[in-house]
Each structure stands twice: as structure tokens, then as C-alpha cells.
Design a protein around this ligand. Structure first.
Ligand code: SF4
Length: 324
């Protein structure tokens, strides 16, 4: 654990998932904290806020819970100045709220009869310094935890990362209420409810794995294409740059800038060593970048048989340029 001089670090479900995948990538926080409120920037985010407001107000018990959830969607959009007419997927998301709202209402109605329902609840394990914010919780023995998937993640029924998240939340529930929840449900707006198995042995094993991995935190790097792709430490992680050449589908390059070309369409092309990287939005290139500087580019795509260059930028590409 921590020494007396060392401030305790706190671990969320996401941070522990990263810790278990690659201990060097782990980023615990100084204190348990709720993430910033979802901004209503897309249909999934509006739906999430609508579900939250609907659950907090107990509107699952209305005679037409799905219809009320649709109204909530419209109200949230209006309050946040969002324009569903301009949002991709807004019509289908709104339509799904009606049918899925009824389904979720049935689950919440059964669970909350005895214990009530809390939304966006922070659960904490003080001893292990673990915390998580659970979308919906019916607290106490025989209770329920629900994670709502309304955005791009709504199409995924289950995955190792989702199972980790729900077992982690189940452990926090147990630390708070003394027993595991009776049900741990991932509720996807697209696919409906999926129950994730949470058993005492699964949560005990998870806790033991987390304890072991914490001893390696910040030390042991396990480069892997999927794990590294969105790792915040990627630009400065040397083991990852060394492993890149062994990956079947590398998505990054590094080297000296040999040439910089600006196109009339507002994109930039860089000659990095002997490789051309094209289609970079001009805003991504730091002002004053010049040939001779060392650049790292991540989340780029290799072009096959193209006269336009060897690599092209994607919507999630990032550049890091070291001073000359
Ligand atoms: S870039 Fe990859 S290897 Fe490096 S810390 Fe991140 S996940 Fe680990």
C-alpha cells in the first residue's frame, strides 16, 4: 500500500482497466471525483442526460415511461441549446428511448420496490482507494447496479472491458453495503439489457489482480496495438515506440521532418524520414514547425498502393514535435 509520506492515489474502473492492461499506462487520481457533466454535444449524450433526469425523477413508474423518456430527450436538448435536427442519429435515438424506456422501467420498478433508486452514485472502497460513479443503483442487500450505454458504446453487448467495469462496481457496492448486488446490468440503448455475472470469486480475483498490478504501476510497460492506441502516455512511452515495428497494424511513425508541404485545401503533408504523411489538418501542426525537427504522429493510417503518400491522418491523429 502507500507509505505514510505518500498521499494515497485513487483508482477508478477505467484506471484499473488500464493498470491491468499495461501497468505503465496507469493514471490514478489524487481524490475520488465525478467526471465533468456530459455535454449535450451528440444524440447519445442527450439521451444519457435524459435517462438520468428520468430516473432521478422516478418517471419509470409513469404509465407510459418510454413516452416520458422521449419528452425528457426533447427537454434536455432544449435546456442545453442542442439541436436534434442537426444531430446524426437523433431520430433513431429518440425512437429507441420509447421502447427501451419501457424495458428499463420494468427492471427498475422491480429493483426499487424495496430499496429505492439512486442515480450517478459515487461508491468508494476507502481501504483499497477504489471509487466509481454508477449510473443507477438500487442500494442495499438484494440491490442492483446499472450502467447506461447511450453513445458509440451502445452497440457493444459485452466485452472484457465492460465485464471489468461491472465487477469493479460490484466490488464497490459490496464494500458499501456489505454484499454483492443481486444484478449488475449493462443497459444499452441499442441492444437492451445484458446481465454481467458477478460472483464473490470473480470480484475477489479482480481485487487480487488490481493489488498485484499496483505494485508494477508506472514501471512495467506492456505495449500492444489496442492498449496503446489511446494511451495518454503514448507520445513519451519509449517501450511503445520500440515495439511499434513488430506490430502487424502499426498506426504511428516517428522521425525527422524532411519537408513540409501545405495544400490549397488546408491540409499539410510531412515527409518524415522517407515516409510521406498526408491529410494532416493544418491546425494540428504547431506554429513554427520546421524541417529538421523530430516528430511523432499517432493514430494514423497506412495507405496501400496510393500515389498520395505512405500514411494519412485520421480524425483522431495527434502530433508531437520536439524542439530542433
Ligand atoms: S503507450 Fe502502451 S506501453 Fe506505453 S504506457 Fe501506454 S499502454 Fe503502456
Amino acid at each position: 500500500m502507500t507509505s505514510v509520506d505518500e498521499a494515497p492515489r485513487w483508482w477508478s474502473a477505467t484506471a484499473t482497466w488500464r493498470l491491468l492492461s499495461c501497468p505503465a499506462s496507469a493514471s490514478p487520481t489524487a481524490a475520488p471525483a465525478k467526471p465533468p457533466e456530459h455535454s449535450a454535444s451528440n444524440a447519445g449524450a442527450v439521451a444519457h442526460l435524459a435517462l438520468q433526469a428520468w430516473a432521478e425523477a422516478g418517471e419509470w413508474s409513469f404509465p407510459d415511461p418510454g413516452g416520458r423518456l422521449q419528452e425528457r430527450f426533447d427537454e434536455v436538448a432544449e435546456v442545453h441549446g442542442a439541436e436534434p435536427a442537426r444531430m446524426p442519429q437523433a431520430i433513431i435515438t429518440r425512437a429507441r428511448l420509447k421502447s427501451r424506456g419501457k424495458e428499463l422501467a420494468a427492471i427498475l420498478g422491480r429493483a426499487s420496490e424495496r430499496t429505492g433508486l439512486l442515480s450517478e452514485l459515487m461508491l468508494v472502497d476507502d481501504q483499497e482507494h477504489l471509487f466509481g460513479i454508477v449510473d443507477l443503483v438500487a442500494p442495499g442487500p438484494g440491490g442492483l447496479i446499472v450502467d447506461l450505454k447511450t453513445g458509440r458504446d451502445a452497440s457493444v453487448l459485452s466485452s472484457p472491458a465492460i465485464e471489468h467495469q461491472m465487477r469493479f462496481y460490484a466490488h464497490l457496492f459490496q464494500a458499501t453495503y456489505g454484499s454483492l448486488p443481486q444484478s449488475a446490468i449493462v443497459f444499452s440503448l441499442q441492444s437492451g439489457p445484458v446481465e454481467i455475472g458477478v460472483t464473490p470469486s470473480a470480484t475477489a480475483e479482480l481485487l487480487s489482480d488490481i493489488r498485484t498490478a499496483r505494485l508494477l504501476a508506472g514501471i512495467t510497460a506492456r505495449p500492444d496495438a489496442a492498449t496503446c492506441r489511446f494511451c495518454p502516455k503514448r507520445m513519451i512511452c519509449q517501450p511503445h515506440w520500440e515495439a511499434l515495428s513488430t506490430w502487424d497494424h502499426a498506426d504511428a511513425i516517428e522521425g525527422r521532418i524532411v519537408s513540409i508541404e501545405h495544400s490549397t485545401s488546408g491540409t499539410v503533408a510531412l515527409l518524415v524520414g522517407s515516409d510521406w504523411l498526408t491529410g494532416i489538418p493544418a491546425g494540428l501542426l504547431p506554429e513554427g514547425a520546421t524541417p529538421g525537427q523530430f516528430v511523432r504522429a499517432v493514430r494514423i493510417r497506412r495507405r496501400r498502393d496510393s500515389p498520395l503518400g505512405d500514411w494519412c491522418a485520421t480524425s483522431s491523429t495527434r502530433l508531437h514535435i520536439a524542439p530542433a
